[in-house]
Design a protein around this ligand. Structure first.
Ligand code: FAD
Length: 281
């Protein structure tokens, strides 16, 4: 963990683009509230292969226009270099300085993988098109990416996108801090040196969390699952338990050198604000 301690801590929040006017109104209110916490930036997810792409741009534009820093996520799967080039230019035009660069996942039914196959190729493309304009974040998987053949290969692939020009990494969420510390040590052992910021998923809804976790390969430890299951429909107890467990996780990560936290807000104010305050950020 020694390499991580030297970095200035960065705290950031993630949104997804709203699909309805009501969702947009909710996000505006959330943005106003979370901006009071002064995060370094607000990132906005991007639907690989088409869905929500305009929504990402519109949301990013609105955040920038309100005077906050926005970081669009940009995935390459199913896209063309020309498309990505245009998007990069449109972000430069509205003053965006950060990008979260991803491969993304092919939507079911789509067959054309696109011109860039992996995130390392996207990072290299962004650098070749725009030089050092963007601060580039990439994704990291302390519990191993679900499609990786093994942990060693996944680490080699992670190192490849760092070498292509990433400035920092944000992790998939996890509830087992040992996985994060081990991943950081593994990076250190192969000379990969950049801030690796833990992604923090607040717990508010067990069935939704279980579904997400199955899809993205994030583990909910048995002792947590069993307790969350036992709460059934008692939302208040789930939220209270989640807040306690995730606060402890955040504290352990920061006390042991993690260079900040990235909150998956799910466009909600309450859970992120509670964690932020509990941790004294
Ligand atoms: P990559 O780094 O390309 O890795 C994908 C897989 O391929 C891994 O198994 C890796 O080991 C392997 N691999 C990588 N490079 C090579 C190579 N050169 N040769 C062979 N194998 C290779 N998804 C979205 O659709 N929209 C979002 O906005 C979004 N935001 C995210 C934000 C964060 C912080 C995280 C952690 C994930 C996010 N995702 C998002 C999910 C992400 O798109 C998926 O996890 C996707 O499956 C992998 O994307 P990646 O950029 O990590 O891919």
């Amino acid at each position: 963990m020694n390499t991580q301690k030297k970095y200035t801590k960065s705290y950031s929040c993630e949104f997804f683009p709203p699909k309805t006017e009501k969702g947009a109104e909710n996000l505006r209110a959330t943005l106003t509230e979370l901006a009071l916490l002064k995060p370094a930036y607000f990132s906005v997810t991007f639907g690989a292969g088409g869905s929500t792409q305009e929504g990402t741009y519109d949301t990013v534009k609105e955040i920038q226009e309100k005077g906050y820093n926005a970081a669009p996520h940009l995935s390459c799967v199913g896209s063309t270099k020309e498309n990505i080039r245009k998007l990069l230019q449109s972000y430069i035009a509205i003053g965006v300085k950060r990008i979260v660069a991803l491969r993304g996942d092919m939507p079911s039914g789509m067959r054309d993988m696109g011109e860039l196959r992996y995130a390392n190729e996207l990072v290299a493309f962004i650098r070749s098109e725009t030089g050092d304009h963007f601060h580039i974040e990439v994704a990291a998987y302390p519990e191993i990416h679900p499609q990786a053949p093994n942990a060693r290969k996944d680490l080699e692939n992670f190192a490849r996108k760092v070498k292509a020009g990433a400035n920092a990494a944000i992790t998939q969420y996890f509830y087992n801090s040992d996985a994060y510390f081990r991943f950081v040590d593994d990076c250190e052992s192969v000379g990969v040196d950049l801030p690796i910021i833990p992604g923090i998923m607040p717990i508010t809804n067990y069935s939704q969390l279980a579904r997400f976790s199955d899809m993205c390969g994030a583990e909910i430890p048995r002792w947590m699952r069993k307790r969350l299951e036992a709460y059934g429909d008692d939302k208040e107890s789930i939220v209270a338990f989640g807040e306690e467990v995730v606060t402890e996780l955040g504290r352990k990560l920061l006390d042991n050198g993690a260079p900040g936290l990235h909150f998956y807000t799910m466009n909600q104010t309450g859970p992120t604000t509670a964690l932020w305050k509990n941790l004294g950020l």
